[in-house]
Ligand binder design. Structure first.
Ligand code: FAD
Length: 484
């Protein structure tokens, strides 16, 4: 009965539950159902493997190839003593995924368009300013003050970057994490996101980060976890869903090759970017409250641009900063050709985010490569910088299976919107993924916890013989926005 078939028969369903998408949320939801004795589910995934945004590929010349991470790369926040443990760390340990501890805030070499120039003092002030920003958000929550953008927050704590050095230092603290600017980001939500992951005193895991260097790919942790419980007939790969029909009596999905699968329930784990862009059509259209929630969240983009050179001519630390006159132009550089990472690899990468990612995705690779090389040559004016032997960057924003990298919470997204993003539609259609996590949106552990929590809620519902599901509010109202 789990074999996909064509059918218009809504009374004879193929499955109890269809899990739409095989990323972290989908796999962990499946495991949770299995743990509760519900094995009548099937995961449907467009790609040929599980993992979703845990995505890797081989990169480099024929003689010097490495597995690199295009998507998630870090276990963000680990554990202090017996405190809360990041569940992604637990999976990495269980499946022996190789990671390396990285101190992100340690000394970085600093550059501008003329070469090396020391602005570490400005950089250190930006570290302090970011801490002040998150601390100042706390009382606003307690006093029930309105949310504003993080830019407003920065200005109120007195941080107003005026030159390229202050801007790139702020970028490293902020945009490099949220993949959008302080103008585009909620002050309150970005602060609690920081606290719940990185600040143990505020309920977070730890301030540490582990960088995955496993040559099976970081995704090995979720793929190996799936192998422990998933049976072959519980997984359908290489099927892209184009239509989700639902009613109070069940759900039916149709894939691009015309295959139909029906079930009592569906759990949709597609990114909020996919939901925003109508890549999948809902039939009937999703209710207004759901659509408003989906369109009010933001899908941000984080792009790693990889280069491989015949020899290493750059800094010997993991990180370096480049201050351009344009904020966000090829700012954060990471070398992998160092002890403990991929020595002798000749691999270096630079990250861009947000609107700048969208800009470069619209350009041919050759143009992006020549821009990046222009920056690199200005950073090292006394070196004859060779052309790269390999060059690659993923286009997350235009990829119809993702439409960006991870969600980011804007100042106009209210708690009720969040509840509605997560809420069940017509008792049958459920939603989970990194974006539905209030505390950990954007992170792998957010996707993990949502997979657990939403699947548990579904189990409760099924055992009760049906239920309304996760509640929503019909209209998000904001009491007193205007004096009229
Ligand atoms: C560049 C980048 C860097 C990141 N860095 C980190 C990091 O270092 N640490 C961290 O904690 N998090 C990081 N993240 C975020 C993390 O990867 C995500 O939060 C997490 O992987 C999301 O999991 P998910 O299950 O919610 O969604 P997804 O992984 O997107 O799973 C949804 C699945 O649905 C599939 N799908 C989509 N459309 C269809 C369709 N029409 N039909 C069938 N299947 C479909 C997709 O292929 C995908 O497999 C990063 C993400 C990116 C992109």
């Amino acid at each position: 009965r789990s074999t996909p078939r064509k059918s218009d028969d809504w009374t004879e369903k193929d499955q109890k539950i269809l899990i739409l998408g095989g990323g972290v949320a989908g796999v962990i939801a499946a495991r949770t159902l299995h743990d509760h004795g519900h094995d009548n589910f099937v995961i449907i995934e467009a790609r040929g493997e599980l993992g979703g945004r845990m995505m890797s590929r081989t990169f480099g010349t024929a003689e010097n190839k490495y597995t690199i991470e295009l998507g998630a790369n870090w276990v963000q926040g680990t554990q202090v003593g017996n405190g809360p443990k990041n569940p992604i760390l637990a999976l990495a340990e269980k499946h022996k995924v190789k990671t390396i501890f990285v101190r992100i805030m340690s000394t970085v070499p600093t550059y501008d368009h003329t070469g090396f120039i020391d602005y570490l003092d400005v950089f250190n002030s930006a570290v302090d300013n970011y801490t002040s920003l998150t601390v100042a958000a706390g009382p606003r929550v307690i006093k029930r003050q309105v949310d504003t953008t993080s830019r407003t927050g920065y200005s109120l704590i007195g941080s107003k970057p005026k030159n390229r050095y202050a801007q790139v230092s702020e970028y490293y603290q902020f945009d490099w994490e949220y993949a959008q600017t302080p103008e585009q980001t909620s002050w309150i939500a970005s602060s609690w996101a920081e606290n719940f992951t990185f600040v143990p005193d505020a309920g977070g895991f730890s301030e540490d980060n582990l960088f995955a260097i496993d040559q099976r790919g970081f995704k090995a942790l979720i793929q190996d976890e799936a192998k422990e419980f998933l049976k072959p007939d519980q997984l359908v790969l290489n099927q892209t869903i184009k239509d989700i029909a639902y009613s109070a009596s069940g759900v039916k999905v149709t894939t691009t090759d015309g295959t139909e699968m029906s079930a009592d329930y569906a759990l949709c784990t597609f990114s909020v970017g996919v939901l925003q862009n109508d890549d999948v059509v809902f039939n009937p259209p999703l209710p207004d409250w759901k659509q408003e929630a989906i369109q009010s969240m933001t899908m941000a983009t984080y792009t790693k641009i990889f280069l491989q050179f015949p020899r290493n001519f750059w800094f010997h630390t993991q990180f370096a900063l480049y201050a351009d006159s344009e904020r966000g132009r090829y700012p954060v550089w990471q070398g992998l050709d160092i002890e403990g990472f991929f020595p002798e690899s000749g691999i270096l990468f630079v990250t861009v985010t947000g609107d700048y990612s969208e800009r470069i995705e619209a350009l041919p690779d050759s143009q992006v490569q020549s821009e990046v090389m222009g920056v690199l040559r200005s950073m090292f004016p006394n070196v004859t910088v060779p052309d790269p032997e390999a060059f690659y960057f993923p286009r997350w924003f235009t990829n119809p299976l993702y439409r960006g990298s991870y969600s980011n919470w804007p100042a106009s997204f209210y708690s009720d919107h969040h509840e509605n993003l997560r809420a069940t539609v017509d008792q049958r259609l459920w939603f989970a993924g990194e974006a539905t996590s209030m505390k950990w949106f954007g992170f792998l552990h957010g996707a993990y916890y949502e997979g657990v929590d939403v699947a548990k809620a579904m189990v409760k519902c099924i055992q009760a013989g049906g239920c309304v599901g996760l509640a929503h509010v019909n209209e998000v109202t904001n009491g007193r926005p205007y004096k009229i």
